[in-house]
Structures are given as structure tokens and as C-alpha cells.
Design a protein. Structure first.
Length: 270
């Protein structure tokens, strides 16, 4: 997975373009280009397309990515406290969210077991809390506060860059199925990230700071088990229990969901 030239290609804005098109697969692997760029290049933006968003491509690069982009250099109008729990909502209206990350399906199960969250929940989303939807439910049930961070000196007011930097500064994050918040969590400083355990976004299964929740199978609070090489959901029932919807205790390397979410890491030597 590559760019047009082995050293990467830059546009007029200083953006490093990686894996811009399928025809670029004939040259240097994307993961090797990315590591090389992080070690020696000076770019202001990393541009890639959605179909390169596999965790295996970025596995082990979290620290250099965080160091390179230096998100703390931005001066925000407000920043999360270390004790705050920050929620990112991808889409505002429940019926428009293709995976239905609602309060009842997702957030209720996360906060039922979360420690020390009362009075500390903040929602980062471009939503009107007065309108029906996920954000209004979070304000109602969790007494959450909706935040509107801004980059000081930026005349645009609120921006996606400000929201991203705010999320990246959170210590405790709860995210939904969103590549935007996935990147904010991965390159950010969070020590506790609650995230989808399966789906269309990467699943950084072996990172200890992540706790996984699978709303489709109603499995919550899964953690990576390095010995079993699987995400284990301790509250899930085994097959054969009385409930017809009983599910396995975890899913391992042979499970289709695992293969899609956590492909084998590439060799850095190829």
C-alpha cells in the first residue's frame, strides 16, 4: 500500500499523501512509508483514504504519531480536566446512525460500570441538545454538558480541528463508530478509551487502554486477552445457556469479526 513515489507525494499545502489510489500498490508499502515519514519528514498533514484504515497498518506507531502532530501546541478556549469523561457523538439523530449507538444500546451499559463519572460528563458533538437525539438523551440521563471548544485566534469560531484537539486531550474517552474519533483517541493522550469492539472502524485490540463494547451482540466491557489472543467479554453467556440469544464468551483469531477488526500486523522489512 503505497503512494505514487517511494518517498511520498506532497501537495501545495504540505500534505503528505499516502496510498492515494489502488494503482499505487506497486511500490513501497504504506506502513514503511509512514514510519519513514515519521522519522525524517516534516509534513503538516497526513492524507489517506478510508480503505487504508486498518489497525495493522498503524500498530505500534501511536507514540511517534502523537509526538509528530503535537496537538497540545494548539491553544483552546477550554480543555478537558483529567477527571472528565468525554463523549463523542458521530451523528446527532438516532434514526440516522447506521449502527444505532443510542443511550439505551450503548452509553447506558458503559456508564453503568464506569467509576467516578457523575458531574464530569462532557459531550463533544455538532448537535443541538434541545432537539431529539443522542445528545439530548445524554444530557437528560447523565447530566452531561455539551462543550464547544475553539482554537484561540481562529476567526471561524468552532471547527472540526478544535473538536479533534479537545478529544485528543481527554484522559477518559467514550467514542462511537467514527474514524474521526478513532484517530483522536489513537493519537491522543487518553488512558481509558471505550470503543466499539467490531464494525467498520479499526479495532486496536491489543492496546491496554481500550475497553470494547459490541452492541450488535450485546457484549460489553471486553478487554484484550494476550494469552488467548482475543477480546474477552466477561459478562457474555456461553452457548447452550437458557437464553436463545446466548453468545460466546469472546471471539478469537478464527472468528470472522476478529479477522476483519484485527488483521495480522505487516512486516516492517517488506
Amino acid at each position: 500500500m503505497t503512494s505514487r513515489h517511494s518517498g511520498g507525494q506532497y501537495d501545495k499545502n504540505g500534505t503528505l499523501i499516502l496510498g492515494e489510489r489502488p494503482a499505487d500498490l506497486q511500490r513501497t508499502p504504506l506502513h514503511k512509508q509512514l514510519r519513514r515519514a515519521l522519522n525524517r519528514d516534516h509534513f503538516t498533514c497526513l492524507k489517506t483514504l478510508g480503505y487504508w484504515q486498518h489497525y495493522a497498518l498503524y500498530r505500534g506507531l501511536g507514540s511517534p504519531l502523537r509526538s509528530h502532530f503535537r496537538l497540545r501546541d494548539l491553544e483552546l478556549s477550554e480543555s478537558p480536566r483529567k477527571t472528565d469523561v468525554i463523549i463523542h457523538v458521530r451523528l446527532c439523530k438516532t434514526q440516522n446512525h447506521y449502527k444505532l449507538y443510542t443511550y439505551e444500546n450503548y452509553f447506558r451499559h458503559v456508564f453503568a460500570r464506569l467509576d467516578n463519572w457523575r458531574g464530569r460528563v462532557k459531550v463533544c458533538a455538532a448537535c443541538d441538545a434541545a432537539r431529539p437525539g443522542v445528545v439530548r438523551d445524554l444530557v437528560k440521563h447523565l447530566n452531561a454538558t455539551v462543550v464547544s471548544p475553539r482554537i484561540r485566534g481562529d476567526g471561524r469560531g468552532r471547527s472540526v480541528e478544535a473538536d479533534f484537539a479537545y478529544l485528543a486531550r481527554a484522559t477518559r474517552l467514550v467514542v462511537t463508530e467514527s474514524t474521526y474519533s478513532w484517530w483522536a483517541a489513537y493519537v491522543g493522550q487518553a488512558t481509558e478509551v471505550h470503543a466499539p469492539g467490531v464494525g467498520t472502524v479499526p479495532v486496536p485490540a491489543d492496546e491496554r487502554r481500550y475497553v470494547f463494547h459490541d452492541i450488535a451482540s450485546r457484549r460489553y466491557w471486553g478487554r484484550w486477552d494476550p494469552a488467548a489472543r482475543e477480546i474477552r467479554y466477561p459478562d457474555a453467556r456461553r452457548r447452550g445457556d437458557d437464553d436463545d440469544d446466548a453468545i460466546p464468551m469472546g471471539f478469537g483469531v478464527g472468528h470472522p469479526s476478529f479477522k476483519a477488526a484485527f488483521p495480522a500486523a505487516p512486516s516492517w522489512d517488506k
